[in-house]
Design a binder for this molecule. Sequence first.
Ligand code: C2E
Ligand code: MG
Ligand code: MG
Length: 689
Amino acid sequence: MMKLSHYPFRNQFVVLMMTLASLMIAFYSIFTYFNEKEEYLSELGNEIKVISRVLENDYARLLMIGLPSESIELLNKWKQFPIIEHVDLKEMSGQSILHYSKLDQPHQTFHNIKPQETLEANQLDRVGHLFFYKDIVEFNGEEVGVVSYVISNKKYDALVGELTKRIAISILIALALAVFLSLWLQKIFVAPLKRLMIRIKKIADDQLYSKTLSINENDKSELASLAKHFNVLLQRMDKTLTEVENSRVLAQELAYYDDLTGLANRRLLTEHMEYVLDIATRENQHGALLFIDLDNFKTLNDSRGHAAGDELLKKVAESLKKVFRSTDTIARLGGDEFVILSGHLEDSEEAVINQVHSLMLKLRHVLSEKFVVLGESYHLTASIGITTFPNMADNIDILMKQADTAMYRAKEAGRDGYHFYQPEMQAIADSRLQMETDLRLALEADELELFYQPQVDEFGRILGVEALLRWFKKDGSMVSPADFIPIAEMTGLILPVGEWVIKEAFKQLAIWQRGDISPSFRVSINISPYQFHQNDFVQDIKGLLNESGALASHVTLEMTEGITIKDIQSTIDKMEKLSDMGFKLSMDDFGTGYSSLMYLKKLPLNELKVDQSFVRDLETDRSDAEIAATIIAMAKNLKLEVVAEGVEDESQLAFLTHHGCLVFQGYYFYKPMKAADLTELMFGHAVIL
Ligand code: C2E
Ligand code: MG
Ligand code: MG
């Protein structure tokens, strides 16, 4: 059974009021009944008392004298009182003297009742008869008999009928009043509560927690106070929800977008790729995936600090947005790696390739604009790898790998360019990856060794040596530095490798210093630009020098033109510090890079090395010969020493000597050799430690 509290307020109110009314009516009825009954009985009692008093003498006379005429007279008198039904007059002995019965039949209970000295009506029999008793006293005060009356119940019946009618009417009026009252009360109390409830429900249903309930400021009622509290609750809820929503949005952004540039991150890219690939394969459409890596970003980041690097990345991101369409997904995977997924699908692979070609032109144009970062301008280039789908692959991981491989290919091909993936590239990429892993292990496994190639004068007298790195694998094979140095540079492995080289060369130099070497004897050490641009490079090399006991005056640091790619002033500052420490500075592979003469003039250099590519074809290629001659002349002009690399025969030597070159390095004199062999060569015996 449902509890009352489960019903609406309105019904509860009505039931409550009806119950109250019914209870009140019940009390009223009981009270009225007993009251009326009491009154009625006392009225009858009085009447009987009066009758008794009037007839008292007659009773006494009859009892005393007992004339029959008097009996008849008495019977007639009793008859005159309609309320009297039975009368019994008895002597004290209990002997009945005279009996009257309206209906001529004796009352049943009449005889059983013991006479009492009372006329108080106190007994009602089952059908409502009343009994009265009265002792009869003679003139001299002696009790002579007793009279008992039975009174008709007709009046009593009429009274009960009247009472029932009155109670019924009261009940009806009370119930009507209860209904009316409950409706009125519910209008006053329940209806506003209900209105409030509907408004609250609407807010909850619409979930518009920023809304509030309108309240009359002057309303001091409890309901208004409830609404006010509810408004406070709403405001808090709205605030909390806004905070929750904000953190949800933030979490979503963090999860899907790159923090720095606001571009898509790997996760979003993957999701978009899944979607685009699905359409492409289903509808036989074609698209492209591009892997972009900025050339020399690492160098800039390390030399100018991360703040500069970050700013540049943001600017690049903006430029990429200018080049690619909004349907494309531009993502940054970290560092300077950007990936573009062309979401604009074409009907054929050719169409995709054409599209990409024109996009690449646009990209190069945008990147060629000056990028001003922390007050300095940079010229940016990028290496880009491209693969197409679904022809090349229909799997995200494979496509990413292909684009990455093609990007490396672009880097190898001299950077600042783009390459489409070709299946055969994968093998190269795999072997390069293998090489990176192996090189890491080689450092620990002691597979690296320094060879030394003498630098000589035209008569073959040793003036110095160049330290050249060799990697001998456990299986006896040798990996050329030309193969692994570029990979070490790309992966950052050049730092531990380069440090090892410096340490090793210093150690060897310290040994030779104990032998009889000329004060001008030099060991040349190759320093890669990435290594040079490390913030602590000067500090580190100084530490290694002190540790080893080698003298800076016996050391030449060879650098390539790559170091000028960045902020020229900091490069100069650093070179000056090295110069002040006593190191000689040499520009290696001169002529192959793109450093300008103006830069060259500013750098505190001591030496230029003519790249072997110009020496190799001196006789056959006139322009090479001219370049070589020009470099030598220029070096002289700038008061720089000049070393010719890769001298392999006499005629090359003759040409170079003729043009004023004084120092030579090449197979014509010596090949790079082990330290021990060189020691033997220089001193004719091992140096005693
Ligand atoms: P590089 O610094 O220009 O070194 C000269 C290269 O020319 C050496 O090649 C040397 O063996 C080679 N060479 C010398 N004379 C001749 C010749 O007459 N004919 C021919 N064909 N080649 C000759 P290597 O040792 O293979 O080194 C290649 C490059 O690897 C070096 O070019 C240098 O750039 C880099 N490298 C070598 N060792 C290191 C190193 O320890 N650190 C760094 N950063 N780079 C190194
Ligand atoms: Mg060199
Ligand atoms: Mg060189």
